[in-house]
Design a protein around this ligand. Structure first.
Ligand SMILES: *Cc1c(COP(=O)(O)O)cnc(C)c1O
Length: 409
């Protein structure tokens, strides 16, 4: 997308606004598919929580993706856009047995990540095949805030508890049709990932009724200049060899699954905000935009880095800025950023705003959540309206409150 397209969108739909370029989503999807072309049956289930707009889900569906979901609401959104429930996997953590049963009744593949629920579900529904989420105790990435496969993680059933899983299977007569792992959001070292997959193969061979093995996600994408990203092509090549060898010894061509979120949508997204004020202090120059962590919380929540560009005047002399929001709390998007000289009213573009940005937005400070626009076939399509004052009040109930005069005095 060109800057002029982004600026036109701000003119048309106001600021702040999220924009997603469908071309990038499609090319990332194809890149992943190509990387694993050595595998006979590949299944990509898009992780809905990264960006859950219905139009994005439709785009994924048209690409042939299934969905990875973590709540019954995400499941319902998938069904709403016409996905076959068989193409949805439910991988929740810490949700109730009732919710799992409700989702299962919709025909969705269940993935269970603790022994207690596994035993209860298996006892009540021995005929429903389920997948089990294994924790291989491997730390695939550096950031412990987003790594979920290490030993202290709350996710998955410990690989050391495999004998207990097998006992539950035997006692209940249930069928395990898949094994799953998801080590977190930052695979940097492919050999570590391969090590984790070897552990999963070891678990897998102990189950006789498998249809698929799901390796979760954690593909890292570049955020900063010079950032290393997961070498998908190398991973695809190495894993395919091992997967095919496993299938051969298992005696069946299983499906290889992944659940990418960030990889598919992160780089497609731009968050556009307008500079309300340029404020010189004794130590820095602040550029204050018409947004805050209510709309984009990742920099404050995960210390994540989003490149920031002045798309109104991209050719100006570069200066150092601290880019901050308008929330009445510290909400710094970036410090010491070299950005083309900013004047009030300029539009800044925050890159990599596709994954975990809008989906984590809130109404803090009683602000509206922004509009979302999908750039598709060189056309801007509004896929979510900006909220209104009525939306803010929609569920509030204004009860009659009267404090007795004597107390007020
Ligand atoms: C969040 C999540 C994903 C997606 O992770 P990304 O890093 O965005 O690709 C996949 N699987 C499960 C179970 C998840 O919780």
């Amino acid at each position: 997308m060109e800057n002029k397209d982004l600026l036109t969108i701000v003119e048309q739909y106001g600021s702040p606004v999220y924009v997603y370029d469908s071309t990038k989503i499609v090319s990332q999807y194809q890149r992943l598919t190509n990387a694993f072309s050595g595998v006979k049956k590949l299944k990509l289930n898009y992780a809905v929580k990264a960006l859950s707009n219905l139009s994005i889900l439709k785009l994924m569906k048209s690409l042939g993706a299934g969905l990875d979901t973590v709540s019954i609401q995400e499941v319902r959104m998938g069904l709403q856009v016409g996905l076959d429930p068989k193409n949805i996997i439910f991988t929740p953590n810490g949700v109730s047995l009732e919710e799992i049963e409700e989702v299962s009744a919709l025909g969705v593949q269940i993935n269970i990540d603790n022994l207690s629920i596994l035993e209860q579900f298996g006892t009540r529904h021995p005929n429903v095949p389920v997948c089990v989420r294994i924790n291989p105790h491997i730390m695939a990435g550096g950031n412990s805030k987003i790594s979920v496969g290490h030993i202290d993680s709350k996710f998955g059933i410990s690989v050391h508890q495999t004998p207990h899983i097998l006992r539950i299977v035997e006692n209940t007569g249930m069928k395990i049709n898949g094994v799953h792992m998801h080590t977190g959001s930052d695979i940097l070292d492919i050999d570590v990932f391969i090590q984790a997959s070897d552990i999963l193969f070891d678990v897998a061979k102990q189950f006789k009724n498998l249809e698929f093995i799901d390796f979760g996600s954690g593909f890292k994408v570049p955020y900063k200049e010079g950032d290393i990203e997961t070498n998908i092509e190398e991973l695809g090549e190495k894993l395919a060899v091992r997967f095919n060898a496993f299938c051969k010894s298992y005696g069946k061509n299983l499906e290889l699954g992944f659940e990418p979120g960030k990889f598919l949508v992160s780089e497609s997204g731009y968050f556009l905000a307008k500079v309300n004020v340029v404020k010189q202090t004794t130590s820095t120059v602040f550029a204050g935009v018409d947004s805050g962590f209510n709309h984009l919380i990742r920099p404050m929540f995960y210390e994540s880095y989003h490149r920031i560009e002045n798309i109104s005047k991209p050719d100006g002399r570069k200066r150092f800025y601290s880019v901050v929001g308008y929330i009445c709390e510290t909400d710094t998007f970036g410090t010491n950023r070299q950005i083309a000289e900013i004047t009030e009213g300029d539009v800044l573009a925050f890159k990599n705003a596709g994954a975990y940005c809008f989906s984590m937005a809130s109404n803090y400070n009683s602000r509206f959540r922004p509009a979302e626009v999908l750039w598709h076939n060189d056309e801007a399509k509004l896929i979510r309206k900006r909220e209104t004052f009525d939306d803010l009040l929609a569920n509030q109930i204004e009860v009659d409150i009267a404090i007795e005069e004597s107390i007020v005095e």
